[in-house]
Design a protein around this ligand. Structure first.
Ligand code: SF4
Length: 358
């Protein structure tokens, strides 16, 4: 980030989507030679709400760190993977991930209003990503859900499911309405924080159109993201009858200190969002500058106990590389073998090395 802001364009009401716009708004130095390689490889997206939150005078700003491209992304280490949580290994038809018996992911769209620099699906999302499901692929995805009566919950993720227009989202919800065995619809989203103005009556009624019990897992990583506008968006959603839970990623330089983490969890609870998942960062390409050890993560999470209300306590989670599902860090399923090396046991009882050696 630049410290010279006199000639810079003010943060505009338009999203930042190009390297030129990053330079014009002072988020990236014009002479930075590595930036072209980073932005040529991974999508750029900073919404106006997020751009307005960035302190351009702070070279360590935790909001900028999440969204502004960084030369460190060119550093790919051996344990990192293109598909760190193994979506493709569990995708029976395009757009569906069926990892656990009673639930599926439905990935209708692979664009986002922001592109997070640590994203675990960074090779799939963005203008060069997997795109939007075609009508034929959508038919196949719905046929899969309808034919698998064990599917109790459908999780809309992506990309960002709330980037769909209310009309298209409403159509998806109405199709889910017709499948009796689906009881729960969950949206994984960053929109109430990064584009709160999108959460309007039309979007909310589309989200409710299935008549199923609806949950939102709201993704935010720093307490400053819970602005008054974001809290109002959450209030509109909760008042409409949608239950909100949180998901955050523990990220070096963003929320890896007890005060920030405590403030984040309290902000969620104040906004009527129950803290749920706190993810250990995934092994996505070019993200090692965000990661730390499981021991450090455990110490941070232990620091929350006793310090903040039980309502504010999240569950610290590792997505086992390769698509073996989630495991609670701190439980018996995660056993330390050596310094920095663990055996993690998936929900089927199989053990896996972490970090993976292959
Ligand atoms: S909003 Fe979600 S899917 Fe999109 S870039 Fe961020 S983490 Fe990835």
């Amino acid at each position: 980030m630049s410290g010279q802001h006199d000639q810079l364009k003010p943060i505009s009401a338009r999203p930042i989507r190009t390297p030129e716009e990053l330079v014009e708004t002072g988020l990236v130095r014009a002479e930075d030679p590595s930036m072209g390689a980073v932005t040529g490889r991974y999508a750029i997206g900073i919404s106006p709400a997020i751009a307005a939150l960035i302190d351009r005078n702070d070279p360590k700003d935790p909001i900028a760190r999440q969204f502004v491209p960084d030369a460190a992304e060119l550093n790919v280490v051996p344990e990192e993977r293109e598909d760190p949580i193994g979506d493709l290994a569990h995708s029976p038809v395009e757009g569906i991930v069926h990892r656990y018996p009673d639930r599926v992911l439905l990935k209708a769209v692979h664009v986002c209003p922001v592109y997070c620099r640590f994203c675990f699906r960074r090779e799939m999302v963005g203008p060069q990503g997997l795109g939007t499901l075609s009508p034929e692929a959508m038919d196949e995805a719905f046929a899969y859900i309808a034919n698998h009566t064990e599917i109790w919950e459908v999780i809309l993720t992506g990309g960002e499911p709330l980037m769909l227009s209310p009309r298209r989202l409403g159509e998806i919800m109405q199709r889910l309405d017709a499948i009796d065995h689906v009881k729960i619809v969950r949206f994984h989203t960053r929109v109430p924080v990064v584009e709160p103005e999108r959460v309007n009556e039309a979007l909310i009624s589309a989200m409710r159109a299935s008549g199923k019990t609806a949950y939102i897992a709201l993704h935010a990583n720093h307490p400053r993201e819970l602005t008054p506008a974001a809290r109002e968006a959450c209030a509109r959603l909760v008042d409409s009858g949608i239950v909100m839970i949180s998901q955050s990623v523990l990220l070096k330089g963003v929320n890896d200190d007890p005060d920030t983490l405590a403030a984040l969890m309290r902000s969620f609870v104040e906004a009527r969002v129950k803290p749920y998942y706190l993810h250990h960062p995934d092994l996505a390409h070019g993200t090692s500058h965000f990661r730390f050890s499981i021991e450090e993560g455990l110490a941070l999470v232990a620091g929350l106990r006793g310090r903040i209300s039980g309502l504010c306590q999240p569950t610290y989670i590792l997505d086992i590389p390769g698509g073996h599902g989630k495991v609670v860090i701190g439980s018996d399923a995660v056993q330390q073998e050596d310094a920095g090396c663990y055996t993690v046991r998936d929900f089927k009882g199989s053990g896996h090395a972490y970090p993976p050696s292959d």
